[in-house]
Design a protein around this ligand. Structure first.
Ligand SMILES: *Cc1c(COP(=O)(O)O)cnc(C)c1O
Length: 430
């Protein structure tokens, strides 16, 4: 299995190189050269397979010959050692809870898979790597957790000042050891721009031996396909519709990969907050990002979703794309009203991202009966307790892992722009 750059000007690379480079030399995202559907017998009998076995079936072709099967099984066992419960909320509406990993958001699977693969590739290598990652809130925490104390790897996290929740900021800034947090005076898109610039900055890249851990990295992006298989394993129905709270569009794009692999999902809904570049695209067929808007579902405050080019690669034709995918946008008021209503009616506490996913699903189902819908609950509500507790009018229980970081001191370095960032990085002793 080889990966090609979507800018079309770099040579093909294998999984190991795609993982280590993150982005191709021509600045393009890597994309699998081909996606081979899995045997239909496997999908028919999916309930007989463990999550690790499903992981192996799905991931094997993307890793190719770069990791031996026994090692891959070990990596998967370290990656998916927690649950992915599917809970029925209403008639024909289910939620797939993806927040039972160590940092309480769905990004743990991709981040841990990538960290374990990189650890595997570097086990005999003495050269120090730097994982550079921009975060809108949850990625940084998952990556920090996945790479914490991994030998030979430092992690630099860029996060937007005043635009992540208190718990998210603590998860980013209280690790210490090989994890460094940089607080950027700007938006997530500004952080992402700096990361992209650092990668094409030869001097910088050579000194730090950079790897990206954003959802653009194939090792973070592709394992997310597993969620869709796990959902289908429990709810093996026809006419399944999946609503995915979307920001950078990595997760939903991984869902579309699952479909290419043969998983029978009939429709995908990309549910967004007011950063509605893609919902507008589905109306006008024009991609026209606006400045990023700050919302309470902050992990989706992205106006230029990097992964959308991968979706366009899979579905060149707009007509074909719109047959299997829709996209809707919701504002903060609708989101909080939904959190309140679902709590009052169903005694279930949504987080703001899950609430956006729920809204997208309801909207689609209102004009399309006979379908069964699953929305992804991508984060634990405690990460957004300041908003949630106000509307449900009660305190949430604080998980043990969060209690600990509430007592630790936040440590970060402020940066203003790319030059400032570069200067401070060159200064960092590590
Ligand atoms: C990152 C994130 C999203 C958006 O996922 P993308 O793959 O960037 O579209 C949604 N919800 C939560 C809680 C997240 O952390």
């Amino acid at each position: 299995m080889y990966y090609q750059s979507l800018n079309g000007e770099s040579t093909k690379v294998n999984f190991e190189t795609a993982l280590k480079k993150g982005l191709a030399d021509d600045g393009g995202l890597y994309f699998p050269e081909n996606i081979i559907p899995l045997e239909s017998d496997f999908i028919k009998n999916i309930e007989n397979y463990s999550n690790i076995e499903i992981g192996l079936k799905v991931i094997k072709q993307f890793v190719g010959t770069t990791i031996k099967e026994t090692d891959l099984i070990e990596i998967l066992s370290k990656t998916i050692d927690f649950d992915f419960p599917l809970i029925k909320l209403e008639k024909n509406i289910y939620t797939l809870e993806l927040f039972h990993g160590p940092t309480l958001a769905f990004k743990d699977v991709g981040a841990r898979f990538m960290a374990n693969c990189l650890g595997h590739f570097n086990k005999d290598n003495s050269k120090l790597n730097t994982v550079l990652v921009a975060t809108s809130g949850d990625t940084g925490a998952a990556v920090a957790n996945g790479f914490y104390k991994v030998k030979g790897t430092n992690v630099i996290i860029l996060y937007p000042k005043n635009k992540v929740s208190e718990i998210q900021e603590r998860q980013l800034t209280t690790n210490g050891n090989n994890i460094y947090a940089l607080r950027v005076n700007g938006s997530f898109d500004d952080c992402q721009k700096m990361v992209k610039k650092a990668f094409i900055d030869k001097e910088f890249n050579e000194k730090f031996n950079l790897t990206s851990a954003n959802s653009i990295n194939v090792a973070r992006w592709l394992p997310q396909s597993l969620y869709y298989f796990f959902a289908y394993k429990v709810l093996k129905k026809k006419n399944l519709v999946l609503s995915v709270p979307s920001g950078n569009f990595g997760n939903i794009c991984a869902g579309l990969v699952a479909k290419k692999l043969g998983l029978p999902i009939s429709h995908f809904i990309a549910s967004t907050n007011e950063n509605d570049t893609i919902p507008r695209f589905f109306k006008s067929q024009v991609l026209k990002p606006k400045p990023t808007i700050q919302t309470i579902s902050n992990a989706m405050d992205v106006s230029k979703p990097s992964n959308f080019v991968r979706i366009q690669e899979m579905y060149h034709n707009f007509k074909n794309l719109s047959k299997i995918m829709s996209s809707y946008s919701f504002n903060d008021k609708q989101t909080l009203d939904t959190v309140k209503r679902v709590y009052e009616n169903k005694n279930y506490v949504l987080d703001p991202h899950g609430a956006v996913g729920y809204l997208g699903l309801k909207k689609f189902l209102s004009s399309s009966q006979d379908r069964i819908g699953i929305f992804l609950e991508t984060a634990h509500p405690i990460k957004f307790s300041e908003h949630i507790e106000k509307v449900i009018e009660r305190k949430l229980d604080v998980p043990e892992s969060i209690n600990k970081i509430l007592l630790s001191e936040k440590k970060y370095i402020d940066v203003n722009d790319y030059n400032d960032f570069k200067e401070k990085m060159l200064f960092l002793k590590y």
